[in-house]
Design a protein around this ligand. Structure first.
Ligand SMILES: Cc1ncc(COP(=O)(O)O)c(C=O)c1O
Length: 403
């Protein structure tokens, strides 16, 4: 089934059952009561924030994470009143007032943010915050040297209540390796948490790779002491398994966890051309037919997130067979080579190709499968970027249970 306002038949199928399956797999790894905060930033990695959050709530999730304050406001305005919305990104003074208004929980990374909170807090108001600590990624977060000053600030303004401490791993995939940077970050974070002896604080560290890696190593030295700790899974929730530097960890993770891809991007052939040798396709005439060829046009381009880096490199699936992208990916169109499919009799004639469904990545209901990770490699990027950049003009079709 296709979405209704979709006259070019390009759409993303979002499998909510797969999302819920992945969620359960990940949640089962951590003991009950561990801080568990699925990341739904950037339109839930392209999958649709409102639908994803709805599904997570149905499964009993109590916390979600967004990058932008604006994303948190959007969730509240959509009616998600009860769930804790943790905001990881920056805000200004106006933003601080907005945090109070919408009852959002900020992850505070610097004194500027603390001062904005202090300046905008109204009498009788209070707010819970988490402190984001820099343990080596050097992106956001306080340094451990700033802890005395933070404590002084929090003592002076007791209505700004410390609820949690967190950090972010820069290289979760290296868990289990000699000289692991993640291990250094865990050690550094432990030193930091030791300086906050309050026993009601939540602590959270692990992204998808961190969670899977540390879970796998949780019975072993020197990792054991750091497990369990709060988790913030993103990409794994959407069905993409991180790949680990340590072969052992990798194979353990693959054995233990069966994730299912949530998004499947689809389009169809809208026109075919029969080319003579020497004829070319698309901008710049970069791809030139070496033989008599049949090429197809699909109505999806870089404006939809099918990146131009896939020019002459992308692969997609038609009728269970891989076919190559040829020529330059345009803003609205991409061209594919159908010659082999005709030669193999998978398509009987050029004209029969028109209207054939194409699976650009993911697992389709009709049984085609091409992992987004592989397509991302062809584009010289990662699955995160491909998923998060699927354009707003691509309708999302939500498949619910048993559909
Ligand atoms: C602060 C924070 N936590 C967790 C995540 C989730 O990471 P992943 O998608 O690798 O699980 C992200 C994503 O980049 C993040 O920025």
């Amino acid at each position: 089934m296709r979405p209704s306002l979709n006259f070019r038949h390009t759409f993303a199928e979002i499998n909510i059952s797969h999302l819920k399956h992945n969620l359960r797999q990940l949640r089962n790894l951590v003991p009950e009561g561990t801080f568990f905060c699925p990341m739904v930033k950037s339109y839930a990695y392209g999958h649709g924030d409102l639908q994803v959050v709805s599904a997570l709530i149905e499964e009993g999730v109590t916390d979600v994470g967004v990058a932008l304050l604006e994303e948190g406001v959007r969730l509240r305005e959509a009616g998600f009143k009860k769930i804790n919305i943790n905001v990881f990104g920056p805000f200004d003074l106006e933003g601080a007032k907005t945090l109070f208004k919408y009852e959002l929980t900020p992850m505070i990374s610097d004194f500027r943010q603390l001062r904005f909170l202090q300046q905008s807090i109204l009498s009788e108001q209070q707010i819970e915050i988490h402190l984001k600590m820099n343990t080596g990624m050097n992106r956001l977060g306080f340094s451990s040297m700033e802890i005395p000053e933070i404590k002084q600030f929090l003592n002076e303004f007791p209505r700004i209540k410390l609820r949690g401490l967190c950090t972010h791993l820069s290289k979760g995939e290296d868990m289990g390796c000699e000289g692991s940077f993640s291990l250094k970050q865990l050690q550094e974070f432990e030193k930091i948490t030791n300086q906050f002896p309050q026993n009601n604080l939540v602590t959270h560290v692990l992204n998808s790779s961190g969670l899977l890696g540390l879970f796998t190593l949780s019975q072993q030295e020197p990792w054991q002491r750091y497990w369990p700790v709060g988790v913030r899974p993103g990409i794994a929730l959407y069905g993409v398994l991180p790949s680990f530097k340590s072969e052992k960890v990798n194979s353990e993770v693959i054995k233990k966890l069966k994730l299912k891809p949530v998004m499947c991007l689809k389009s169809e052939v809208i026109q075919v051309h029969e080319l003579e040798p020497g004829e070319s396709v698309s901008y710049g005439n970069e791809w030139v037919a070496q033989q008599k060829s049949v090429i197809g046009v699909m109505p999806v381009g870089y404006a939809d997130g099918y990146t131009r880096h896939l020019s002459n490199k992308g692969v997609l699936i038609l009728g269970g067979k891989k076919i190559p992208v040829i020529g330059i990916v345009c803003m609205d169109y991409t061209l594919v080579d159908l010659t082999k499919l005709l030669a193999q009799g998978i398509i009987k004639s050029s004209q029969e190709a028109v209207g054939k469904e194409l699976t650009l990545f993911g697992e389709s209901k009709t049984g085609d499968y091409y992992p987004v990770e592989e397509l991302a490699k062809k584009a010289g990027t990662i699955a995160y970027e491909l998923l998060a950049c699927i354009g707003k003009r691509v309708p999302r079709q939500y498949l619910k249970e048993h559909q």
